[in-house]
Design a binder for this molecule. Sequence first.
Ligand SMILES: *Cc1c(COP(=O)(O)O)cnc(C)c1O
Length: 392
Amino acid sequence: MSDEHGFSTRAIHAGQAADELTGSVVTPIYQVSTYKQDGIGGFRGGYEYSRSANPTRTALETCLAALEGGSHGFAFASGLAGQDAIARSLLVPGDHVVVPSDAYGGTYRYFNQIAKPQGVEHSIARISDVDAVRAAIRPGQTKAVWVETPTNPLLGIADIEAIAEVAHAAGAVLVVDNTFATPYLQRPLDLGADIVTQSTTKYVGGHSDVVGGAVVTATSVSVPGFENIADRIAFHQNGIGGVAGPFDSWLTLRGVKTLAIRMERHCDNAEKVVDFLQGHDGVGQVLYPGLSTHHNHEVAARQMKRFGGMVSFRLAKGEDAAVKTCAAVQLWTLGESLGGVESLIEHPARMTHSSVAGTELEVPNDLIRLSVGIEDVDDLIADLREALDIHG
Ligand SMILES: *Cc1c(COP(=O)(O)O)cnc(C)c1O
């Protein structure tokens, strides 16, 4: 289903035609490992074995590709399984990759503790600064530039178009982690990225009930030597086997159908929470790409439809106030992850980002990260106000 259809039409219908056998309106859960062959090698619909392909997963993969505007979609057991398939498809020992300075902790851990011992080198660059990315590239050795935007948890913004130019000039592939924005708010492939990935555990699934990852490749890749990127990803997806199972694929499909309306509500609520935080004495800096004071607001406004549901802020009184505020809220759930319908609060330095303490990715200890859900925003604000009035 092409871009001629709107986003929600694609989310609800791409890859999800009514089941041919029964007319089932919802894509069935094909809970099956193997398929009867009509004579040796006579595969019905190309299905042979469910690691290689499964109809429920195919529906999800087709839908994900349609939403990102790419040629091929791939669904994995987790966001990190998808990232691993990308890394193995692009990088061999001796190669080099540029990684954002406030990358998702698991992405950094992957490059630092898994890829590096296997001979793949990396440099850390402040991804909101195109010159810093350019300087981190090692001509001839850098095969990939990894971008996350907005970043986690500092809500930094990378200029995808500008970085695509820099990466391609050096013969490197641009990979964008689109988890925070989702294809509803931002389409990296349209801006020159070659591969887009996301943790569908977050907004795409949207209900905190499934772990999964997506990889989508561009229709035409801009880097010589990497034209067959979709084939390489497919090879590694099957060869390593970190695939999304049928039920997980089905849950993710169920989630993605409402992505657009959920994202609009996440954005509405986040904007109101930001307004409230800016007016509270206990709150220091508020980090949100929608603020005109954000260092890269112009870039965010250019490449994003709206600014998303993630908000971070610093407590004027420091770490103790941040920790106590996280403990005092009632409606906000203290927890890791993000992107579900329910609002979450967390202290990155001690929770999601504790593994990067003491590294270049360390985050301020007075920082609180919010994943603003789709509850009634007045209730969310009242709960935050009560906690901040006491501890902020
Ligand atoms: C959660 C997350 C990941 C990893 O995804 P999993 O599904 O947990 O493996 C990658 N990138 C970002 C930005 C994330 O938030």
